[in-house]
Design a protein around this ligand. Sequence first.
Ligand SMILES: [Fe+2]
Length: 350
Amino acid sequence: MVINVTRRDHSMYKHVGYRLNKDIFSQSGVLILSKDSVLNEEQIDKMLDLGILPEERDLMPPARQQPPSKQRVDTRKQMETAIEQVKGIFQNVQMTKKVPVMELRSEIIPAILDTAERPNVIALFNQLAEADDYTFRHNIGVGVIATMIGKWLRLPDTDLSVLSMAAVLHDIGKMTIPQEIINKPGRLTSEEYAIMKKHTVNGYELLKATVGLSHRVALVALQHHEREDGTGYPFGIRGSQMDSFSKIVAVADVFHAMTSRRCYREASPFYEVLLQMQADAYGKLDPAIVHTFLQHMMQGLIGCPVELTDGRLGEIVMIPTSDPTSPLVRTEGAFVDLSQRRELKIARMA
Ligand SMILES: [Fe+2]
């Protein structure tokens, strides 16, 4: 049940931060905001524009969501600290060949699990895409993305901790590869590439010999470059032989590598990367994991302004489950369902 409003109701803004108890539809039946959305000013503006408002009983105040101390944690600062810590840990591994499991478990993994709760994925990726300290940003980035995917797939908490650990350590074997190969701008020669590929086996050996780690953590280091169709490395195994955590980390790894600004190329915009992933994933990455990933990532673009290929400007209002990269767009006076209008696409994020 929604109340129709005919004029701007400024009292509605006091509900910023409230969580919706139910889906909100426009008068023409289009889903505007889904249950569990946390209201911000733009969303309230949107509802006022459409002349709809939820009732008080459909709104849950912020106090009943998360403890305030948790909400106040500055995600950006938390991530920068985690990146610095992981840098120290990895450099230490390079010298000692030992993985400090306790340090990872007490400091890095809680920060990653906490960040994976946050809804603002685009701000997080802009931060993780910065060019400096690529290797360490990449490990934290893949850790956060893989953990988010694990949550979306509703993995139990015990599995999530193992998955986070596996994702943070997936490239630990790179610490055994000469740094001039790791940091080389441009293409590697075939000899250099053969050496680079060894980071999988080397990482596996290192993690397998580490006391207190699940064997799955070592398996992810070994398998994260394997592909469903058997075209990956080091062994060219098929999807049926891969651990499911390796499949999740493979998706997170491909996505983070595509969004990142390396020294030799610019990062691609968020939406283009999602489209590219959808195209490239066919036959290579686990389709169910990619679908879940795209569906949730696209939710982060609801409310974003876009320009369509016919020049019209609009705003993303809904993500269809069947085809998440073809959203419903509200333009001046009309809703355009891109999943039904194959001739139209998003030209750019406006
Ligand atoms: Fe890797």
